[in-house]
Design a protein around this ligand. Structure first.
Ligand code: ZN
Length: 373
């Protein structure tokens, strides 16, 4: 009966994850904020704070003054331009006013108002991403040491464990993803956002393949290719669309939605349609995440694996962590928001996860080694 309860819980989590959590940004629609940004872009100042960048045109040349007063390259590369500085200062000023009036924080351009530290946008999320990266690295190294130095090897010096290569690839994908997550949270511009998104989608796609191969005990090379190929094709297409054909993708999506709306007499403008498109990507990611959680949960339920309890904890923790992504709340004191907390939950879960992987390697190796003997 307990098992049934869990399955109901995960199905519920799965369904609620597919409902897009989209909020229009109230902050940037606020007329006081809007006029603050407009004034700042003209004068270069918000109250007594002034920005040097506002004296330059967008290609880094000074509006007035000699050529040698060019803006430093590293600042241009970081895109700390007039607009982003104005937006940040106006947001801080507006939030301060709102707080005095007893109003709750609102989002600006899709993001909660965060306090920057040394120019880092979300310091807590950056630190947690780095910690996750370190934990992944530790897990990977200890997995390698266990397989190659502690467990018996085959006569050809290869490991008995059939999933060695897959876990190595997993480690690379996840470390890559945490690296770009740290970069993105320190400075979000289009490029860093795309890199973060793409590596997260790639990781999700690969872990889904891994879940299917391990849970269904797919050991045959040809069968593995048959499972992986369509998923790789799907994830690659999705990443390509996200990065290069986003506009056309959105247009197509809006057109289809529009046709549907004509039938249902509903109205949707372009910004709303864009928000829906972002929701679509969220759905693709959620669907991949939920599918693999369900696969592991069901497998943990039926298998006689000695470390299945670790799987249970990781799956349950992963389900709870997903709720943090859905129930978005503003950053506490401008630092810790739901997303940062979500990055915090993955730290112990990753640790336990690699511990399961090591147990699995040991369990399979000893079974196979006995057979060989
Ligand atoms: Zn993140």
């Amino acid at each position: 009966m307990g098992r049934l309860h869990w399955i109901i819980f995960f199905t519920f989590t799965a369904v609620s994850a597919l409902v897009p959590a989209l909020h229009a940004s109230a902050g940037d629609a606020d007329p006081i904020y809007k006029s603050c940004v407009e004034d700042c872009e003209k004068s270069g100042c918000v109250k007594d704070k002034c920005f040097q960048h506002c004296k330059f045109t967008s290609d880094g040349k000074p509006i007035d003054g000699p050529w040698y007063l060019q803006e430093p390259l590293y600042l241009r590369w970081k895109q700390w331009d007039c607009r982003s500085d104005c937006r940040y200062q106006c947001m801080l000023a507006r939030e301060e006013e709102r707080q005095k009036l007893g109003d709750k924080p609102v989002k600006y351009h899709g993001k909660w108002p965060f306090q920057r530290v040394y120019g880092i946008q979300e310091p807590v999320a950056v630190a947690l991403s780095a910690l996750n990266l370190a934990i992944q690295f530790h897990g990977w190294i200890s997995f390698y040491i266990l397989l190659h130095y502690k467990l018996p090897l085959r006569p050809n010096k290869r490991t008995h464990y059939e999933y060695t290569g897959l876990w190595h690839i997993y480690a690379l994908f996840s470390m890559n993803s945490w690296f770009w997550s740290a970069v993105y949270h320190s400075r979000d511009v289009e490029l860093t956002e795309k890199l973060d998104y793409s590596s997260a989608v790639a990781l999700l796609g690969f872990t889904l393949i891994l879940a299917i191969l391990r849970a269904f005990n797919v050991r045959d090379e040809a069968a593995r290719v048959m499972v992986a190929a369509p998923l790789i094709a799907f994830v690659t297409t999705h990443i390509l669309y996200l990065n290069f054909y986003k506009l056309d993708y959105v247009k197509l999506y809006c057109l289809v939605t529009d046709l549907r709306n004509i039938v249902s007499h509903a109205q949707m403008n372009l910004p709303q349609c864009l928000a829906h498109f972002l929701g679509l990507n969220f759905k693709v990611c959620s669907a991949m995440r939920v599918t693999q959680l369900l696969i592991w949960a069901v497998w943990a339920g039926v298998t006689r694996h000695p470390s299945r309890w670790k799987l249970w904890v990781v799956v349950a923790g992963g389900g709870v962590a997903m709720l943090l992504e859905i129930y978005d709340f503003p950053p506490y004191h401008g630092f810790v928001d739901a997303h940062a907390l979500w990055h915090a939950t993955t730290v112990p879960l990753t640790y336990l996860w690699w511990s399961f992987v090591r147990d699995d390697a040991e369990f399979r190796t000893l079974a196979l080694h006995k057979k060989v003997k």
